[in-house]
Design a protein around this ligand. Structure first.
Ligand code: MN
Length: 338
């Protein structure tokens, strides 16, 4: 078994100005980190955690290796939070998947960023959220339906960076060819119900770029209240060629710098990208935007960028007309003066 294609996409959503999600999409390693903390501290936390995962090449090692990696990420975030007052109290979720040579996919996770598997037609959530509502559901004190709309559904009970040591959940799944794995932040799973996510993945199974685009669009249409990140990877027959990056592997980050910030959010605009941030982590400025595809769906709900582009075209046309009028007036006046 090897990683066939993979794709990652992140989007700030419609309410947050900054994007505190970070991801890793380096086959055979995939991860999501959803940062939290005042001002821009959440971005620092998630970027530090993602960077810690990619600092040393990871090839196998199983659950024990993932626990080591996540503990190291925790140590770095905690150390920074303890020494830098501006980031005090910051934290991040982390959900990591590693495709092993023996055909297993090993997961390690802390927080409420989820992993899902679409196998054949069956869609399944693999991770248990470390969140207040998930724990209440597990204890039978809350129904899953109540949890979905609970006002405190985003309160997590475990995060990287808040303590010097961390309890990591791990498990592995024996992979089958054709398996499609999704890891995502709560900006997707809170906004879009599981059945909708499943049907989007079924519809775009052969095109992970399109699948991720449709997932982000669904979350934004549902309100886009949080940053949205989806990392997708598919398992194929055969052995992973060592050291050879998969040509089909692409990644992309989009950030809609929309002025849809709610006044209640009290969020400052994002800072310039810190130089310490790994290029794999939310490379918002360096990655080209997705190819514009003239889909009817898109046309029905133009994005802010498209609206801006339309406005620019209209403004240009108006300027040309005004210039022509001025030219005619000048010629007429000049003609009369002769
Ligand atoms: Mn989030």
């Amino acid at each position: 078994m090897k990683v066939g294609s993979s794709y990652a996409r992140t989007d700030a959503g419609r309410k947050r100005r900054g994007n505190e999600d970070a991801y890793v999409c380096r086959p055979p390693l995939f991860a999501i980190a959803d940062g939290m903390g005042g001002a821009q501290a959440g971005e620092v936390a998630s970027a530090l955690a993602a960077e810690a995962l990619t600092d040393t090449p990871v090839d196998g090692g199983g659950e024990r290796r993932l626990v080591e990696l996540i503990r190291e990420a925790n140590r770095r975030v905690h150390e920074r939070a303890s020494t830098d007052a501006a980031t005090s109290g910051m934290g991040t979720t982390i959900t990591v998947a590693l495709v092993e040579d023996d055909g297993r996919v090993t997961f390690g996770h802390v927080g409420d960023s989820r992993a899902y598997l679409l196998r054949q037609d069956a869609f399944e959530q693999l991770t248990d959220d470390h969140s207040l509502v998930a724990e209440l559901v597990r204890r039978g004190e809350l129904s899953p339906a109540e949890a979905e709309v609970h006002p405190q559904r985003s309160v997590i009970t475990r995060a990287l960076g808040t303590d010097p040591d961390i309890d990591v959940d791990t498990f592995s799944v024996p992979a089958e060819a054709g398996d499609l794995f999704l890891i995502c932040s709560d900006g997707l799973s809170d906004m879009v119900d599981e059945e909708t996510i499943a049907s989007i993945l079924r519809a775009h199974r052969g095109d992970l770029a399109e699948a991720s685009r449709a997932l982000v669009q669904a979350a934004n249409r549902a309100g886009g209240e949080d940053n949205i990140t989806a990392v997708l990877f598919e398992i194929a027959e055969g052995d992973q060629a060592a050291g050879e990056p998969d040509e089909k592997t692409r990644e992309l980050a989009t950030s809609q710098d929309e002025d849809t910030l709610h006044p209640e959010d009290h969020v400052l605009p994002p800072p310039p990208a810190p130089s310490a941030v790994d290029t794999m982590v939310a490379p918002v400025d360096t990655i080209p935007p997705p190819p514009a595809d003239a889909e009817t769906e898109e046309a029905a709900a133009p994005s802010e960028d498209e609206e801006e582009a339309t406005f620019a075209r209209k403004a240009l046309a108006l300027a040309v007309i005004v210039a022509l009028c001025v030219l005619i007036v000048v010629l007429v006046v000049w003609g009369l003066a002769r």
